[in-house]
Design a protein around this ligand. Sequence first.
Ligand code: FAD
Length: 426
Amino acid sequence: MEKKKQKTVVIGAGPVGSLAALYAANRGDDVEIYELRSDLRDPSTTPLNFTKSINLALSERGINAMRHAGQPKLIDHVMAATIPMRGRMIHGRRANGDLYEESQDYDVHGRSILAIDRGGLNKRLLDILEEMPNVTFFFNHKLTGADFRRNKAWFEVRDDQTASQGQRAREIQIDFDFMIGADGAHSAVRYHLMKYTRMDYQQVYIDTMWCEFQIPPRTTAPSASLTSKFIISPNHLHIWPGKEHMFIAIPSDDGSFTCTLFAPAAFYEHLESDPSGALIPPFFDKHFPGVTELIPPADLIAFFHRNPHLPLISIKCKPYHYGSSVVIVGDAAHAMVPFYGQGMNAGLEDVRILFDILDKHARMDEFSVRANADASAARERALAEYTAVRVPDAHAINDLALQNYVEMRALVLSPAYRLRKFLEET
Ligand code: FAD
């Protein structure tokens, strides 16, 4: 008798949910993806102001997870759209007033991390999923309730049907075998999971806000000595350290750089206190020397006023699953501050490890006396192992991310740090 296909529902079509859907679809599951927002590939509905950084650092953790997704064209497409960053470029001003740049390589063997456009990566994953016959998308579907004993979930839907009937939203109910919650830091899946399991939960907002800016591509005509469309080195993650705050820049394909100002809330309040923005360029001149030569002061002010000023949250919880019904991955399980460049990478790695463990337990049943056992029994054992294996690692990455803020904004300047680095490398 042919085995009934497993129905896997993924909540959240961000990078982690999309990769989880791909792994599940490759294993032959009937996959349904429910996403609160509209399709990010639809230019008419995508909000211009993303609430997530536009450019990210992709590293081996994330690349390896995509390599194992069973879709060779995914990794080829992704890698083609990246820019290698071989180290940090520290920017500052010497005592004599001169600006300086200092390159600090990440790796003695010259290995790099990669700059990638977050939206571009997400779109690529959605495009590949779209071609798979066993995958269905449900955009504009917000998870509002879940019963993990009866495997039922409820969604608020806003679509053409609700609009044509003059309703704000309608509710639907679905059944599932397995739910993967990849719905981000403010996860609804995690909220409902807490009602079924004794979850330890810790959330911290650090006293740092972030806001995005942009360094434009070079506009002057290329000459023999200036052939690059990039105004500063494209192969570095640029840092203007400032002890209590910092400004960073990551290269984009079009020659621009996506920049982020990280600073305590009090600095933001100070800069906001003059609505004309007059305090902003002098603040940059004092703390991030050279930036006003890369971003004209009027643009600095415009970015500061136009782009949101967002908080940074760090979340730890345990366990990540309940029975055989549900597991949370990515930011839903372990949102972290961005200073280690590992939030998305760790989320993608969750997916690889989760499916490795699921496969292992399914195989063990296939070759044992439990050959005819319900697949949910193997899944229940697998999810328990996943929580046991993944929680300590995820908590460690969260802690490292918090510590790395001090390294990035201050220690990179200290003589002790330089000495340690020198000793490590020689
Ligand atoms: P998300 O990207 O948050 O996606 C969750 C999805 O779920 C969203 O599409 C959302 O609309 C949907 N959703 C939410 N609620 C519901 C609901 N109730 N029902 C249905 N759908 C729902 N990481 C790195 O690896 N490298 C970096 O360099 C890096 N830099 C960063 C810089 C900044 C400033 C910030 C803020 C983060 C950075 N990160 C970085 C972290 C990275 O952005 C996140 O870890 C990553 O986006 C998490 O992906 P996700 O798919 O788990 O969650």
